[in-house]
Design a protein around this ligand. Structure first.
Ligand SMILES: Nc1ncnc2c1ncn2[C@@H]1O[C@H](COP(=O)(O)OP(=O)(O)O)[C@@H](O)[C@H]1O
Ligand SMILES: O=P(O)(O)OC[C@H]1O[C@](O)(COP(=O)(O)O)[C@@H](O)[C@@H]1O
Length: 331
C-alpha cells in the first residue's frame, strides 16, 4: 500500500458531462481515506501557474448533476513547450503532492506522461471526453450524455425535415472518431451515417451518398432524409458537403452543425455512475500503488490500463452496427 497524504486533481481538454461527478467521487473517496485533495483550475494552466484550492466534501455537494467542471478546463499549449512538463512536476513537488489525478482525454494523458518524466509521485488518468476515443475503457465519461443530446437534436430536425420533405445533414462532434455519430445516427434512425471509420468521401466521388438517396426516393417518394455526418469527414466541412450534394442531385440539402451543445447539459445517469465508479477507483488504485495507469471500465468491471497505450490504436466502433447501417440502415 502506498502512503498517499495529498492528491492533486485537474480536468483537462474538452469538458465532458460527468466530470463534476468524477471530481465529487475523488474528493469523497479521498476524504474517507483521510487524504487531502488539491484542485488545480483550468487544467494544466492551473498546474503551471499554481492556481489551486483545497477541495473538501462540502465543495462537491450538489454538483453531481451539473455539466461542465467546477475546476474549469482548458487546452494548455505551455505544457507542450520543452520547459512545461518540468515546471509542472516542480510545482507538484513543491506542494508535496504525492499523486496527480488527470480527468481528460488521450491528449491530457500524453501531457501527464510528459510530466511523469520529471515527477517522483504517482499519476493516474480518468477518461473524460464526449468523443469516447480513449482505448482501455468501453465508454468514457460524457459519451452517453453526448449521444442523448445529439439524439434529441436529430429527433427535432426529423420533425421539420419530415414536414418539408427535406434532406438534412446533421454534423456531430467526435474530432476524428465516429462514436457519437454512429450511436446517435443509429438511435435517430438516420438514413445515412458518414464517419471516418466507414469510408472516405471526396468531392470527386459523391456517389456513395447520392446513390442511396436516389434509391430511397424511388422506394418512398419524397420523404424526410437524415444524414449524420461526423465532423472532419469532408474537406470544407458539412456545409460544403450539403452544397455539393445539392448540386449533384438537384434537391436542396440543408446542413445543421450541432457543435458545442453536445458538450453541455446535465450528465445522464450512465455518466454519473461511470464517473463515480472511476473517480473512486482512481483514489483506491493510487493507494495500491498504481502509476501511469488509467482507471477504466470494461465489461462492467473497473480496470487499469497503461496511460501510454490509451491513444495508441483507434478503438473500433461497434462492427455489428456498422455492418447493419451499411447493409440495411441506408436501405
Ligand atoms: N504531447 C503532449 N505533451 C504535453 N502536453 C500535451 C501533449 N498532448 C496534449 N497535451 C496537453 O493536454 C491538453 C489537452 O489535450 P487535448 O488533446 O486538447 O484534449 P483531450 O485530453 O480531451 O484529448 C493539451 O492542451 C496540452 O496541454
Ligand atoms: O472546443 P474546441 O477547442 O473547439 O474543440 C472541439 C473538439 O473538442 C471535442 O468536443 C472534445 O474533444 P476532446 O475531449 O478530445 O478535447 C471534440 O469533439 C471536438 O472536435
Amino acid at each position: 500500500m502506498a502512503t498517499i497524504k495529498r492528491i492533486a486533481l485537474l480536468t483537462s481538454g474538452g469538458d465532458a458531462p460527468g466530470m463534476n461527478a468524477a471530481i465529487r467521487a475523488v474528493v469523497l473517496t479521498a476524504a474517507a481515506c483521510r487524504i487531502e485533495v488539491i484542485g488545480f483550475e483550468h487544467g494544466y494552466i492551473g498546474l503551471l501557474e499554481q492556481e489551486y484550492r483545497t477541495l473538501l466534501p462540502q465543495h462537491v455537494h450538489n454538483i453531481i448533476q451539473r455539466g461542465g467542471t467546477i475546476l474549469k478546463s482548458a487546452r494548455c499549449p505551455a505544457l507542450q513547450t520543452p520547459e512545461g512538463p518540468k515546471l509542472a512536476a516542480d510545482n507538484l513537488q513543491q506542494l508535496n503532492i504525492d499523486a496527480l489525478i488527470v480527468i481528460g482525454g488521450d491528449g491530457s494523458f500524453r501531457g501527464a506522461l510528459e510530466i511523469a518524466r520529471y515527477y517522483d509521485g504517482q499519476i493516474i488518468g480518468v477518461p473524460g471526453t464526449i468523443d469516447n476515443d480513449v482505448d482501455g475503457t468501453t465508454n468514457t465519461i460524457g459519451y452517453a450524455t453526448a449521444i442523448d443530446t445529439a439524439l434529441d437534436a436529430i429527433d427535432k430536425i426529423r420533425d421539420t425535415a419530415d414536414a418539408f420533405e427535406r434532406i438534412f445533414l446533421v454534423e456531430l462532434m467526435g474530432r476524428h472518431s465516429g462514436y457519437i455519430s454512429l450511436a446517435a445516427g443509429i438511435a435517430g434512425g438516420a438514413e445515412q451515417i458518414i464517419c471516418p471509420e466507414f469510408s472516405q468521401i471526396t468531392p470527386k466521388d459523391l456517389r456513395q451518398i447520392t446513390t442511396p438517396i436516389q434509391h430511397a426516393q424511388l422506394l418512398m417518394g419524397k420523404a424526410s432524409y437524415i444524414i449524420v455526418v461526423a465532423e472532419n469527414s469532408y474537406p470544407g466541412g458539412t456545409t460544403a458537403l450539403a452544397e455539393a450534394l445539392t448540386k449533384a442531385i438537384g434537391i436542396e440539402c440543408r446542413a445543421c452543425i450541432l457543435g458545442h451543445i453536445q458538450r453541455g447539459g446535465s450528465p445522464v445517469g450512465a455518466d454519473r455512475i461511470l464517473a463515480t465508479k472511476l473517480g473512486a477507483y482512481a483514489v483506491e488504485a493510487l493507494q495500491q500503488g498504481a502509476h501511469l495507469q488509467m482507471a477504466g471500465e470494461v465489461h462492467g468491471e473497473v480496470t487499469l490500463y497503461p496511460l501510454a497505450k490509451t491513444g495508441d490504436r483507434t478503438k473500433a466502433i461497434d462492427p455489428y452496427l456498422v455492418r447493419w447501417q451499411q447493409q440495411v440502415g441506408s436501405y
